[in-house]
Design a protein around this ligand. Structure first.
Ligand SMILES: Cc1ncc(COP(=O)(O)O)c(C=O)c1O
Length: 396
């Protein structure tokens, strides 16, 4: 993108950051929003009547509205959580499960969208796992076979955090309703999609969307759960701030997001997240997608030309984002990551990326090196990355 953006991320003066799929960097305006909460209107939300309480409650609510609008949803449907993992677990804990219910998930999933479903087997829930091709592409007919009238939930990632591939969520949503029926719910793990491609929940046709605020320029400790029908989900946590009334032996729950946010929330984080959404909107998600696609192209083509380098995932740019996994014959992924850091201050992720079942399926027991780009990365950085990888591959 441009110099103005780089100036908002002073941390980039010394490093080449290619680990945004783990957590993104935080621009100055988001840091300022967090600080101004503590400096100017530090108070709790939704409880008091004093002036600071009113200001902060309004700003915290505005942050929900901004996030909701960002994904084409309504304000009361967007719940702030501490990360995507908590958001997904809230669905696993908040739905009522019966013996014989089925969950359909895939082998592409991050552990956060896998373990919560495996755990349900203790309650007699059956978990079906759909396999993608080795490059991370699904045969949609496998979902047609897996989803049936016992399917209560289909839980799939929109973008793989290992292979960067984009899954056909709209088609999956249609199969949910056709094969499963009106009561079959679709949960989309948007941790790797929402920060990088324009998303509209209505167009996707899902019932839940979980994603991470900290991967989209927001502060750490922020995540989001969007719920289409909040009244169909039980809250996971109970206590202050989420009720209408309480008597000695009963209570009624508040409506909207408050129902799911018991206790004092991460107020500064939520407000910072709202500012992050403003920042993304100012740049434009379409433009961000185009920029990242151009970097992904150089990355993929460059890596493919280096001897001893294997690249994983689809090479079709329209079905992937700028998350690129690779290995170098004869080197452990952790060693490659350390060499990139030492040689050129390049920071990448290495290992199994919280996707052990997928790594096993791909025969990559040591995992991969994963380079992931975002709006602040430049073509020059990608060139330096490719030169350094080439140098590392030569010395093996
Ligand atoms: C696809 C995917 N799902 C879920 C998560 C978990 O996100 P969080 O760390 O916000 O809980 C990640 C994190 O890397 C991810 O990539």
């Amino acid at each position: 993108m441009n110099e103005r953006i780089r100036a908002d991320f002073p941390i980039l003066e010394d490093i080449i950051y290619m680990d945004s799929a783990a957590t993104s960097l935080t621009p100055e305006p988001v840091l300022e929003a967090v600080l101004s909460y503590y400096r100017e209107y530090n108070a709790n939300v939704g409880r008091g009547v004093h002036r600071l309480s009113q200001v902060v409650s309004q700003k915290y609510q505005n942050a929900h509205r901004k996030v909701a609008e960002f994904i084409g949803a309504n304000e009361g449907e967007v719940i702030f959580t501490k990360n995507a993992t908590e958001a997904i677990n809230m669905v696993a804990y908040g739905l009522r499960w019966a013996k014989g219910d089925e969950v359909v998930t895939t082998l592409l999933e991050h552990h956060s969208n896998f373990l919560p479903w495996l755990r349900l087997r203790e309650q007699g829930v059956r978990v079906k796992i759909v396999e993608p091709s080795k490059s991370g592409i699904f045969d949609i007919s496998d979902f047609e076979q897996a989803i049936g009238d016992r399917t209560k939930l289909v839980a799939v990632t929109q973008v793989s955090n290992v292979l960067g591939t984009i899954s056909p969520i709209k088609e999956m949503a249609a199969i949910c309703k056709e094969n499963g029926g009106e009561n079959t719910l679709l949960l989309v793990d948007g941790a790797q999609s929402v920060p990088h491609i324009p998303i509209n929940v209505e167009e996707l046709g899902c019932d839940f969307l979980a994603f991470s605020g900290h991967k989209m320029l927001g502060p750490t400790g922020t995540g989001i759960l969007w719920v289409k029908n909040p009244h169909e989900l039980e809250p996971t946590f109970f206590g202050g701030g989420m009720i209408e009334t309480v008597s000695r032996d009963d209570y009624t729950l508040a409506g909207g997001y408050e129902r799911f946010e018991a206790g004092t929330p991460h107020i500064a984080g939520g407000i910072g997240l709202g500012r992050a959404v403003d920042y993304l909107n100012d740049l434009g998600m379409e433009k961000i997608r185009v920029h990242e696609e151009s970097l992904a192209k150089i990355l993929l083509e460059g890596l493919r030309d280096i001897e001893k380098v294997q690249v994983y995932g689809s090479t079709n740019l329209s079905e992937r984002i700028g998350v690129v996994s690779f290995t170098i014959t004869g080197l452990h992924p952790h060693d490659i990551a350390l060499m990139l850091d030492e040689a050129s201050d390049i920071l990448v992720r290495s290992g199994h990326h919280c996707c052990m079942p997928l790594m096993h399926y791909l025969g990559l027991e040591d995992g991969t090196v994963r380079a992931s780009v975002y709006l602040y990365n430049t073509k020059e950085e990608v060139d330096t990355f490719l030169d350094t990888v080439e140098g590392i591959a030569k010395v093996v």
